[in-house]
Design a protein around this ligand. Structure first.
Ligand code: CTP
Ligand code: CA
Length: 224
């Protein structure tokens, strides 16, 4: 782990990281979102910068301070995040998607605050863009890393994402049992086409360094 950081092994490389949740407006005062804290993504951005990379961190709404030496872009919705990624992806070498992007948004966000009626409410939702999937499809030269938080069948679902989105690496974590969202410690099972590695339970900062070390290893295996 130490070696990657001592030798600034990512010097001259541009790493783009997405982090945090997105918020999808229902009306001017309400939104759909999730419990992502952004901590894993910010730790990954910090670790990439420590390894010498030029890092762009594109973050949804979180309450974290920007790691030293990292360029941060704040966004709100999945559409904003997609646009921000597209603005910086041109010269990227590595794209790490840690963001918990909302999968759905309102098909017709209300222009004015919705008023309560006597009945229930049925919302019509549409899918948000798959930011990571699009980067992997349009830019096969960029080394793409996805995250998968799963409550069951970790390897099966993680490998399905690796194949379906044509990713280079998937970092999967089990959610529930005191691990995952909002928890300081995390553990990752990392999968690529012909291999896997377990990164054992550790504080997110330490785990992020281990993940960057593995990403560097796989990246240079493809770019000798
Ligand atoms: N992701 C993304 N854009 C989306 C949805 C997901 O960039 N609209 C990225 C996430 O940042 C993550 C990876 O895709 O790196 C996998 O996210 P996940 O939610 O696990 O995958 P989905 O394809 O949305 O599948 P599901 O939610 O059904 O498990
Ligand atoms: Ca999802």
């Amino acid at each position: 782990v130490v070696q990657a950081f001592k030798s600034a092994v990512l010097a001259g490389r541009h790493v783009v990281v997405t982090a945090g949740p997105t918020r999808e407006a229902l009306d001017p005062v309400r939104y759909l979102s999730n419990h992502s804290s952004g901590r894993m993504g910010f730790a990954v951005a910090r670790a990439a910068a420590e390894a010498g990379a030029c890092v762009t961190l594109i973050s949804g709404p979180v309450t974290l301070s920007t790691p030293a030496g990292v360029e941060r872009v704040d966004v709100t919705s999945a559409a904003d995040m997609e646009a921000a990624v597209n603005r910086v992806i041109d010269d990227a070498d590595i794209f790490i998607a840690t963001a918990a992007v909302a999968d759905y948004r309102s098909a017709q966000p209300a222009a004015q605050k919705m008023k309560k009626s006597t009945d229930g409410l049925i919302l019509s939702l549409e899918k948000t863009p798959d930011i990571l999937g699009q980067v992997a499809e349009r830019r096969p030269d960029v080394f793409t890393v996805g995250f998968a938080a799963e409550t069951e069948q970790l390897e099966t679902y993680a490998r399905a994402k690796l194949t379906r989105k044509r990713l280079d690496l998937v970092a999967a974590n089990q959610v529930g049992d005191g691990l995952g969202f909002g928890v300081e410690d995390n553990a990752l099972s990392v999968y690529w086409a012909d291999g896997s590695r377990e990164l054992e339970r550790a504080p997110k900062e330490q785990l992020a360094r281990a993940l960057i070390t593995l990403i560097v290893e796989r990246f240079y295996a493809q770019h000798p």
